[in-house]
Design a protein around this ligand. Structure first.
Ligand code: ADP
Length: 558
């Protein structure tokens, strides 16, 4: 079974074969140098001779290399290159086109001097002398789009069409395809045969096939399958026994290559591709620079973003550090204030205790003695309360004592507190109004701590209210107990309202107290996730409130 693949096929350079023909072998560079010498020698030898006239013929059906255009003019890439070479070689020339079969027959009969485009093969090199390659020709298999063949191996054993006497036919014969090969007179006809189902694929020059398909058929009629062959050189060919003409053409080829004419013609016919080829390096370089610039730009943006984020973070941490520092300084000031305050607070009752204890021993009068004794008891109690406040606060804040949680009736606790506090405050000008809305209010919580908060509120209200009343009440709302103590006392200015819950803070340093009562209340509320606050109008009175989160079973008073 003949195979379509031709592996390890060497790319042929006909210039080398030409020298083989002249009996000279060697590597390509040596051959080229030698050839140039020959061209030079020949130029000198022929200098001053008469102009030679040659007749050249090209394939009528080989667009875009040689063909008749719509106006009937002989045109094509090969035609233009041939003209340029003939002119550079200072030859008078005529160019004609004819059917390929006729062309080869007439050339063999020496009816003309040059073929303006022949694809190179070793076999042809034995018959014709080739000029340098003006183009490289690639071979494809063209098949109908509806056919299932995808790669050239799929075509093994299939019927292949080729153009008679074209290199593709020679090649198919060479690899033993004779049985399945169907010949067509020209490529246009070959495509029609393929469409009529006379063959499975057509082997031909890629560019020529593309030209016909684009011109004569719909876009998806055919599909190309690369033949996987190396490219063949396409060049002017002359008779083997006319080395003078060949050397003239070789010399002229170098001239049109050097002066840019060849490139111009190539641009004219295959412009876009060549433009890319010509500027390939430049385009790659521009691409590389653009990509580098884009990467640098993105990198720059990312860097700026990172710097902006880092700066923002630094600023934020700087701000929080300043805040912390201010807090530390403030608490340091408070601590100093507290120590001064404490020493005053502690010393006052202590001095009284020590002083009156000494006096009581020297006093004989019973009534005076009793007076002193009362003063000692009052001051001892005050001292005790200061010390127990400090201990209490530190215990709550350090979490040494956890809040107890037990079920109890808060309305009962409220009634008990009302009675106790009434005893405590005893100010006729300022009555204590207690509003207990429920018969029962069963909650789960820390009875002792809640009582402590309410007591603090009422004691303070009593301390700072000279006329009017004090009202204590509570209600159950939104998942907790809202408890408040309202007074008609001196009130608290706005700027002090938040601060009074801080440790050791007193609006007036000379009033009695440690400045710890509200801090203890806040610590208690914090511990049970509750809330605490004050609403106050300076000179009119204050309402201290707290919210103690809990479930409650309540019985409202009738
Ligand atoms: P103290 O034991 O010194 O009273 P607190 O923490 O209980 O400390 O109170 C802090 C400060 O808040 C008091 O010194 C006082 O200036 C202010 N204050 C508290 N309750 C009232 C109130 N009902 N009316 C006016 N000012 C009050």
């Amino acid at each position: 079974m003949p195979k379509l693949t031709m592996k390890n096929q060497k790319i042929n350079f006909h210039s080398q074969s030409l020298f083989v023909h002249f009996g000279i072998k060697g590597d390509r560079s040596i051959s080229l140098k030698f050839k140039l010498l020959m061209v030079l020698f020949f130029s000198i030898a022929t200098y001053g001779q008469n102009k030679q006239t040659i007749k050249a013929v090209g394939d009528l059906n080989y667009p875009p290399y040689s063909y008749l255009n719509e106006k009937g003019e002989i045109v094509g890439y090969g035609v233009d290159v041939a003209k340029a070479i003939f002119e550079a070689a200072d030859l008078d020339y005529t160019i004609e086109l004819s059917q390929w079969d006729t062309l080869l027959n007439n050339f063999d009969k020496k009816k003309f001097d040059a073929i303006i485009g022949l694809n190179y093969s070793e076999e042809r090199a034995a018959k014709y002398a080739f000029n340098f390659a003006m183009a490289y020709v690639y071979y494809d298999f063209i098949t109908l789009s509806s056919n299932p063949f995808m790669i050239h191996q799929d075509l093994e054993g299939k019927r292949i069409i080729c153009v008679r006497n074209y290199l593709s036919c020679e090649y198919l014969n060479q690899i033993g395809f004779t049985d399945q090969v169907i010949t067509a007179p020209n490529l246009s006809q070959g495509l029609k045969m393929l469409l009529a189902g006379e063959g499975d694929a057509l082997m031909c020059d890629r560019k020529v096939a593309q030209y016909y398909i684009k011109k004569e058929y719909k876009a998806n009629t055919f599909r190309s399958i690369p033949a996987d062959l190396p490219p063949f050189e396409h060049a002017i060919a002359v008779h083997l026994d006319d080395p003078k003409l060949l050397l003239k053409l070789d010399k002229a080829f170098f001239v049109i290559k050097e002066n840019g004419m060849l490139e111009m013609i190539s641009n004219k016919w295959f412009g876009e591709k060549n433009y890319f080829k010509r500027h390939k390096e430049l385009i790659y370089l521009l691409g590389f620079i653009s990509i580098s610039l884009i990467i640098a730009f993105i990198f720059n943006i990312l860097q700026r973003r990172n710097i902006a984020i880092a700066t923002a973070k630094l600023r934020a941490s700087e701000a929080s550090l300043i805040k912390e520092k201010e807090k530390a300084e403030y608490s340091d000031r408070l601590k100093s204030l507290f120590l001064a305050n404490m020493s005053h607070e502690i010393r006052t009752p202590l001095n009284a205790i020590v002083g009156f204890s000494q006096l009581i021993t020297q006093e004989d009068n019973y009534e005076t003695k009793e007076e002193y004794s009362k003063l000692i008891t009052t001051n001892s109690n005050l001292l005790l309360s200061i010390i127990s406040d400090i201990l209490d606060l530190s215990k709550i804040e350090s979490g040494i004592i956890e809040s107890e949680s037990q079920e109890f009736d808060f309305s009962e606790t409220f009634r008990y507190l009302e009675q106790t506090l009434r005893q405590e405050i005893k100010n006729e000008n300022v009555p204590l109004i207690a509003k207990n809305p429920y018969n029962h209010c069963i909650i789960k919580g820390d009875r002792h701590r809640l009582s402590q908060v309410i007591t603090n509120f009422v004691i303070n209200a009593n301390k700072f209210t000279m006329k009017g009343y004090i009202e204590m009440s509570y209600r159950y709302e939104k998942g907790g107990l809202y408890i408040y103590v309202k007074d008609t006392g001196i009130g608290i200015k706005k700027e002090h309202q938040e601060k009074i819950f801080e440790r050791f803070y007193k609006v007036n340093e000379f009033t009695q107290g440690t400045g710890l009562g509200m801090s203890i209340c806040k610590a208690i509320m914090d511990q049970c996730n509750g809330k605490i606050g004050v609403e106050s109008v300076y000179g009119e009175g204050s309402t201290f409130w707290c919210f103690y989160p809990c479930e409650a079973e309540i019985e409202i008073k009738a």
